[in-house]
Write a protein that binds this ligand. Structure first.
Ligand code: F6P
Length: 322
């Protein structure tokens, strides 16, 4: 029987732990007797034929590195059917029967399209946002939260010294998970997320005033990217309450850095699972974490799932951050 060949790519925004997933795919594939190719720069690289065969040492010394050694891109071109068919044809010409796609929702749409064009694909959730509905966890989320935590702790030091209010915007696109977790962990007086309707008077001003009455003189407000408007909020707080306020947008610092233990381990488990599926000629699946266990789901089913925000955790945050 001919030796099976598979490939792996990273796509969309990079996330700490993508290298660990890439490493797991390469090593699992080789251990199962397969040839494993790395595709550089996501689906764009696939269209340009930017591939290279990997060996066990190609993925040495990368498990602790942030970013993605495979580089990444968001591909507009790959949304076109003609491009998808061209990519499938290219895979066939190289004998590649399956591709592991490490990325977010948009990347999984690309994976589904490539599967439909005849090349089995498996999605592995890699994004700091934790916004993949079918999975309780996405690779990169833990590191990003911990980076945001460290940054807000530092901002707190200076806010405290000046009796100021610091408003910090964290990433997450339309998802408030990084904001909620960071807000709880830093004792933020208010947390604004896109999933929960908010009113600035009730959810920020009144909370600051109530906390002030208990003697507190500095305040942290964590705002999710999907809510935004931190500069305007800082101005409003200054005018409305006469407290000095400063806004910080943490930005891409949250995307970098050495992945945490959790990101490295989950990425390794997910990469392994993806190759197990491809070795059985199974495609069109997303590897996910459900009830703390690694499993997999049909891509369409996964993409159609509604995201559930942890309102109970939000309630806890609002109760104890006073
Ligand atoms: O999806 C990851 C993410 O960092 C989001 O949190 C953010 O909205 C977006 O990517 C930023 O994208 P870019 O890297 O294109 O600026």
């Amino acid at each position: 029987m001919a030796q099976k060949s598979i490939a792996v790519l990273t796509s969309g925004g990079d996330a700490p732990g993508m290298n660990a997933a890439f490493r797991a795919v390469v090593r699992t594939g080789i251990n199962k007797g397969m040839k494993v190719f790395g595709i550089y720069r996501g689906f764009n690289g696939l269209l340009k034929g930017e591939i290279e065969e990997m060996n066990l040492r190609s993925v040495s010394e990368i498990i602790g590195n942030g970013g993605t050694k495979l580089y990444t891109a968001r591909s507009e071109e790959f949304k076109k059917k003609e491009a998808q068919e061209r990519a499938a044809e290219f895979c066939r010409s190289k004998g590649i029967s399956g591709v592991v796609v490490i990325g977010g929702d948009g990347s999984f749409r690309g994976a589904r399209a490539l599967t439909r064009a005849g090349v089995n694909c498996i999605g592995v959730p890699g994004t700091i946002d934790n916004d993949i509905a079918c999975s309780e966890y996405t690779v990169g989320y833990d590191t990003a939260m911990n980076t945001a935590l460290q940054m807000v702790d530092r901002i707190r030091d200076t806010a405290q010294s000046h009796d100021r209010c610091s408003i910090v915007e964290v990433m997450g696109r339309h998802c408030g998970d990084i904001a909620l977790q960071t807000g709880i962990a830093t004792g933020a007086t208010a947390i604004l997320v896109p999933e929960v309707e908010y009113n600035i008077e009730r959810d920020v001003i009144t909370r600051i005033l109530n906390t002030q009455k208990t003697g507190k003189k500095h305040f942290i407000i964590v705002v999710a990217e999907g809510v935004g408007g931190v500069n305007d909020l800082a101005k409003y707080i200054e005018q409305r309450l006469g407290i000095e306020a400063r806004a910080t947008i943490l930005g891409h610092v949250q995307r970098g850095g050495s992945p945490t233990v959790r990101d490295r381990v989950v990425a390794s488990q997910m990469g392994y699972r993806a190759v197990e599926l491809l070795s059985q000629d199974i495609g069109n699946r997303v590897v996910c974490m459900r009830d703390g266990k690694i499993t997999d789901l049909d891509i369409t089913e996964a993409l159609d799932m509604p995201r559930v925000f942890d309102t109970e955790l939000y309630k806890i945050a609002m109760t104890i951050s006073i």
